[in-house]
Design a binder for this molecule. Structure first.
Ligand code: GLN
Length: 203
């Protein structure tokens, strides 16, 4: 079983530890650089991205985490975790940090003006069978992706213009790094975590 860490500075850590264990990995909380050094992959949970970014600096994890991502460590970020993995963040605080694990521009709290939270069923590339039930909580969306980024899922949105009629991008992958705007750890459907555990196993 691969050893997968969950960044445990803030946010819904316990749910991801449980989901990873149920998906065939050994799971452990990561708060220190030494703990980060031991894991084969890392989950960045939902929570509050500006708080998490500040805690990454306080706990001396920001640079070690950037280095491990640059060296190819698999990572999965959900919601605030997606925001942290971006190469550019819109609508955040000026001092918010990002990790640049995926070449993408993410807008924080993007769905927020109309609806804070909602659920929907999504087609998710690479996950066969039933659609994935997606829970969005003050969620970001992805406004730009680089050429090497694969779009895995979109959600229709009221403001869609012709240019993005297919819907807002809410799940992406670049190499061994995956991000979703939504929270698969709260539904009991383990297929997104299983996909990530497979990526960790293969790399
Ligand atoms: N809105 C939060 C942020 O900006 C993310 C919400 C979440 O992770 N559920 O970090």
């Amino acid at each position: 079983r691969p050893l997968i860490g969950v960044l445990a500075l803030q946010g819904d850590v316990r749910e991801h530890l449980a989901a990873l264990t149920e998906s065939g990995a050994d799971a452990t909380a990561v708060r220190r650089p030494e703990e980060l050094g031991k894991v084969d992959g890392l989950v960045l949970p939902g929570g509050e991205s500006t708080t998490m970014s500040r805690l990454l600096e306080i706990f001396d994890l920001l640079e070690p985490l950037r280095e491990r991502l640059a060296a190819g460590m698999p990572a999965y970020g959900s919601c605030a975790g997606m925001i942290l993995l971006a190469s550019e963040i819109l609508d955040t605080r000026p001092d918010a940090r990002h990790l640049g694990g995926i070449d993408m521009t993410v807008r924080r709290n993007a769905f927020g003006r109309q609806v804070d939270s909602f659920e929907t069923d999504l087609d998710f590339a690479g996950i066969a069978g039933e659609p994935v039930r997606a829970v969005f909580i003050r969620a970001p969306w992805v406004e730009r992706v680089g050429d090497d980024v694969e779009v895995l899922a979109r959600v229709p949105h009221g403001d869609d213009t012709d240019a993005d009629a297919a819907g807002r991008i809410v799940a992406v992958r670049q190499g061994a790094v995956v991000a979703t705007s939504f929270h698969p750890e709260v539904t009991g459907d383990r297929r997104v975590h299983e996909l990530f555990v497979d990526i960790v196993r293969e790399s």
